[in-house]
Design a protein around this ligand. Sequence first.
Ligand code: MG
Length: 269
Amino acid sequence: MRYCRFLFGGGPRYGVVDDCAGEACIVDLASAPEEDLAFRLAHGGATASSLMFHITPLSTARLLPPVTPSKIICVGRNYSDHAKELGNEVPAEPLLFFKPPSSLLAPRGVVRMPATSSRVDFEGELALVIARRVRNLNEEDWRTAVRGYTLANDVTARDLQKTDGQWTRAKGFDTFCPVGPIVSDEVVPEAGLTIETRVNGELRQHGSTLDFIFSIPQLLAYVTSAITLEAGDLVLTGTPSGVGPLQAGDLVEVSIPGLGVLANTVAAD
Ligand code: MG
């Protein structure tokens, strides 16, 4: 199952992403709250024939972030090559931080570079979409906690990250969390997903989820030993090496085969 969220008729709608005569299209699921969508997906109600209101090409839809999380939990330094490039030790335990839901940005939206920062970096990441309320998860049960996967860009004011002493502002500016374009449960991170980030078409990051320091089961067990996750919450799994600064006018694209391309432009605020 692949789905997205998009604007239609003045409001947000969820839609199943399908193949329509060789082109990716959205089959509208009508306006559905997150939990209702999960129910429909779980009970097989989301078939094109039963729920079809409207079909629109994915390429021209006004996409929204495909999730409405109560919180966005991020993992720092989960690829050893990225930890080394910033001069950091490989951590003994996952390093967690939050991004606020107000930092969410839609696919094709504009990342606004704040005037208070002189270095805004991209960080392409695989993100987990949580399926249900979960706390104290056992590692072996991790699949029941994940609805699917999407792409994220953990945009970071690198200079403020260093000078502030903690990361709330540097990671939390409005527009600093592009997410999407789709959520899919049809990819298998534990088998190895190639994640790439391009800036103006030039390859800048190339990593594999096989190089995680902490696996998805380990991350979810660690997070939920402290924090209850809710349906629709996001967990960003860290970025590989190659992070670097963005400039006004740049086009930044994060991609994983099967999850599409998360494309955003950059402008001064
Ligand atoms: Mg990151």
